[in-house]
Design a protein around this ligand. Structure first.
Ligand SMILES: [Zn+2]
Length: 259
């Protein structure tokens, strides 16, 4: 529980009672703040329908990696904080009565970084969708590949895309929802491969961050570069959807795609 009853809006600076931010959206300026994996489920899924899959998978820390602290310790901290084994939640559920495989990144777990467990859960989610003849709704929010697992993290890009292609062969819908921020190896693998690619308003979506690109190419980037609105204008996302309308929008798309 958050002991602070007030919340400072990151968009307009207003200080409001925290409960006024319905699903993290500022009532004054509409800024979409990050919300945790439980709040996402409450927002999108029909109550009591979520049945988790693959929730016990845990990384073995194959490189016994240490930066300013051991990877094992970072994992233990994130696990204690979130109640999850890794940075993704996946399972069978219903959205407005429709059966789906629901898979969502938990950005609060190590910045939603994709290591071997996240990649495996996502690949299996596509496989579960094929087995069930269900569509998949996948919400991304990630800093990219998980550095602490090195090349094993990068391998997840190929694995998840291969699994996504099997779903395409099975002619089942994949709705990709890109939240703030969807970057790195997640943006560069399955996140843009939805049959329909949705984005949250003003979300940062792209491969490398704007500062890195500006330093590399020695040029100033255009206004709004890598934000949802810029991507919509340039045809890389299909639609920007307000968080409060997302469930209805997904249900409408699923009904249209399933005849
Ligand atoms: Zn605001």
């Amino acid at each position: 529980m958050n002991p602070n009853p007030f919340k400072n809006c990151g968009g307009c600076g207003a200080i409001l009672v925290a409960t006024q931010f319905a699903y993290g959206v500022c009532p004054e300026c509409d800024h979409h703040h990050a919300i945790d994996h439980k709040t996402w489920r409450a927002l999108l899924l029909d109550e009591g329908t979520f049945a988790p899959c693959d929730e016990t998978l845990t990384t073995t820390d194959p490189l016994t990696f240490v930066d300013d602290q051991p990877y094992a310790k970072r994992l233990a901290n994130s696990q204690a904080k979130t109640g999850l084994r890794d940075a993704v939640v996946s399972g069978r559920a219903r959205i407005d009565g429709l059966r789906v495989i629901y898979t969502a990144f938990a950005f609060e777990f190590m910045g939603g970084s994709m290591g071997s467990v996240v990649g495996e859960v996502i690949a299996r989610a596509f496989e579960h969708a094929i087995a069930d003849s269900s569509p998949i709704v996948l919400l991304s929010a990630s800093g990219g590949a998980r550095m602490q697992e090195g090349i094993l993290s990068l391998m997840q890009m190929a694995k998840t895309v291969a699994a996504r292609e099997k779903l395409r062969d099975a002619r089942l819908p994949f709705i990709s929802v890109m939240r703030h921020a969807t970057t790195g190896g997640v943006a560069a693998s399955f996140a843009f491969l939805g049959d329909i690619n949705l984005a949250e308003p003003r979300a940062l979506i792209g491969f490398a961050g704007p500062r890195v690109i500006e330093q590399t190419i020695g040029q100033t980037l255009p206004e709004g570069f890598q934000r949802s609105e810029f991507l919509l204008e340039h045809g890389t996302v299909d639609r920007i959807v307000h968080r409060h309308k997302l469930k209805g929008e997904i249900a409408t798309i699923l009904r249209l795609l399933s005849r």
